[in-house]
Ligand binder design. Structure first.
Ligand code: M6R
Length: 599
């Protein structure tokens, strides 16, 4: 996730910006930069480490903005690093989030000189146009915000303007009130060495920071944002106040999902735009799509297969990447291999993709990591835009992978002439509602904590589900075993009676996905099977169906085939809190690595 810092006050800005960026390093970054401003603007930016920036030794500006970039739009290059500037080099912008309509805006701004491939740069040029009509930087930025769609935390400075303008929409931004100046930052971490007095901007806020004051507008009117005193130590602050990165990343899912879909879908039209070079002719000629991945990404593929088959009438196979072989009868030109990998570096997935490529089969990488080997080597790359994931146990990237595959399903169905417009509209409406539904589950965390405390002593844990509930059952079990070290198994619910039922006792909690998209009636029968053997059942149930029939039931907001994905958030929280009760090293479980680069 990118990081933002900004300072204006009595002190020299450069050292404050540099140490601020260093305190944001934990968020992950591939490039960094700062802009220093007085009557002129000076920008220093490049790929690599903050320490690699060629900064002046004697700067005296007292205002500036800085950024650490984790690539989403455009590769990690010097030109794509922030801050971005306008044609005149007098306006500088740092940005977290995604400008969904940047393509259209860039076309409209065709007379401007663009120097990067980023979505952010349009903001600098739009501010430039506004400054031709007003000498009020805050008013200029506010007018630009009316033109842009998507999510943003923005910091804007301009030569000759005394102040930093900040704005927030669906991407966090905090203001710091220090003794000798004021700050903006993407989180409180870089502020703590200067101040603990902060206020959080809200969606729609535009703030003007001078060295002594911060004024905030929302919808054109001045508003108050209360000052709060931060009690966290620096370590807790890095984790956003959460005890572990995993928990922070679980809670980041609404934001990660918004980023995954920003600017990519039109629910009214029932269409998506993924900016891929796969032609409709190629997609409509496909006999088969092969999905290959490992671990959590493999589970996302099992979910994605069902979405693709539901919408696009194409045969889809899913293989654990380490077991992949192209298979007989696969024809280049009629087969597409999709490698799904958070890191983009997993050796098994890379091997499978290279094998397909050698056979002449077209490859698509679905990854979180711009510039990763899989992104570079595949014929096409589709980014899930979840932001960096630090906890070894994958959480937010699973949700972002599934939702990205859902969008891909619509695109493939459309290209093949198989798109049922009403089915597509319903799915995309559900995709848009997904961040809110996930938030509703997160808001019930205290009930999941009680559950985890009550069941942490289980001998073993079973997870069951059908259809799209099945990959979620497998994922729930993987999460629990990875971080709690408990024995946990996921099964297609119908398979229980073919063997695993022999293991079920009163000491085996069974977590069941009983939602839409998971054949709830049949799964309910399997719930009764295990209940009659004395096993405690924890059911995740469609809100519409009601939880009353279950001794322990958690409601899942109505979301059709995406309900199992929402149910998964309960399972993530359950795994986390069971492991927490057992005091496991949750972010770095024994024997496991975040990125597995050996076969
Ligand atoms: O980076 P990738 O998505 O390719 O990683 C694949 C697996 O190694 C990964 O999902 C692993 O299973 C996680 N630890 C699961 O939490």
């Amino acid at each position: 996730m990118c990081g933002i810092i900004g300072y204006i006050g009595e002190a020299v800005a450069q050292p404050r910006l540099v140490s601020g960026l260093q305190n944001l390093e934990y968020r992950g970054y591939d490039s960094a930069g700062i802009a220093l401003v007085d009557d002129d603007l000076a920008v220093f930016k490049r790929t690599g480490l903050i320490g690699d920036l060629a900064l002046p030794e004697d700067s005296d500006q007292t205002c500036g903005i800085g950024h650490t970039r984790w690539s989403t739009h455009g590769k990690p290059t010097d030109a794509n690093a922030h801050p971005h500037t306008d044609c005149s080099g007098r306006v500088a912008v740092v940005h977290n989030g995604i400008i969904g309509n940047y393509d259209d805006l860039r076309t409209e701004l065709s007379e401007h000189t663009f120097r990067s491939e980023t979505d952010t740069e349009v903001v600098a040029h739009l501010v430039e146009e506004q400054l031709a009509t007003t000498d009020d930087l805050r008013a200029a930025v506010a007018a630009v915000l009316d033109r842009i769609e998507g999510s943003y935390a923005l910091g804007v400075v301009a030569a000759g303007y005394d102040g930093i303008v900040a704005a927030r929409q669906n991407s966090p931004l905090v203001v710091g009130h220090g003794g000798d100046g004021t700050f903006i930052a993407s989180d409180v971490t870089p502020l703590l060495e200067h101040t603990r007095e902060v206020s959080y901007l809200e969606d729609g806020d535009v703030a003007l920071l001078t060295g002594t004051e911060v004024t905030v507008w929302n919808d054109g009117a001045v508003v108050e944002r209360p000052t709060q005193t931060i009690q966290w130590d620096a370590d807790a602050a890095e984790k956003g106040g959460y005890a572990h990165y995993m928990l922070k990343e679980i809670h980041e899912q609404p934001q990660a999902l918004r980023q995954a879909i920003a600017g990519r879908l039109d629910p009214v039209e029932g269409s998506v735009d993924l900016d891929l070079s796969l032609s409709p002719a190629f997609l409509s000629g496909l006999d088969e799509i092969q999905l290959v991945a490992c671990g959590t990404s493999y589970h996302a593929c099992l979910y994605g297969k069902q979405l693709l088959e539901l919408l696009a009438d194409v045969r889809v196979t899913v293989e654990v990447a380490s077991e992949y072989t192209v298979g007989r009868g696969r024809t280049p030109g009629r087969t597409l291999v999709v490698g799904v990998s958070q890191s983009g570096e997993t050796a098994d997935t890379l091997r499978a993709l290279r094998m397909a490529d050698r056979t002449g089969i077209r490859t698509l990488g679905v990854t979180n990591t711009v510039g990763s080997t899989i992104a570079r080597e595949c014929d096409d790359a589709l980014y899930i835009q979840a932001g960096p994931e630090i906890g070894v146990a994958a959480t937010k990237t699973f949700a972002s992978q599934v939702v990205t595959l859902a969008l891909l399903s619509v695109a493939v169905a459309d290209a093949r002439g198989e798109l049922d417009p009403s089915q597509a509209r319903t799915l995309l409406e559900h995709v848009e509602a997904l961040p809110g539904a996930v938030q509703q589950v997160l808001d019930r965390e205290s009930a999941v904590i009680e559950l985890a405390e009550a069941y942490a002593g289980g001998d073993a844990f079973f997870f069951i589900g059908r259809r799209m509930g099945c990959p979620v059952a497998l994922e729930g079990a993987l999460k629990l075993k990875e971080i709690s070290y408990d024995h946990a198994e996921g099964f297609p619910a119908g398979e229980l009676k073919h063997g695993p039922l022999a293991l079920v006792t009163e000491g085996t909690p069974v977590l069941a996905v009983v939602t839409d998209g998971a054949r709830p009636e049949e799964t309910h029968n399997n719930v009764k099977e295990v209940q009659s053997r004395g096993a405690p059942v924890i059911a995740l149930v469609s809100e519409a169906a009601g939880v009353e029939e279950f001794e322990v039931g958690f409601p899942v907001p109505a979301l059709g085939v995406l309900e199992p994905l929402v149910a998964n958030v309960y399972l993530q929280l359950f795994a986390y809190h069971v492991a927490n009760v057992k005091e496991r090293p949750i972010d770095k479980p024994r024997n496991l690595a975040k990125s597995v680069t050996v076969e």
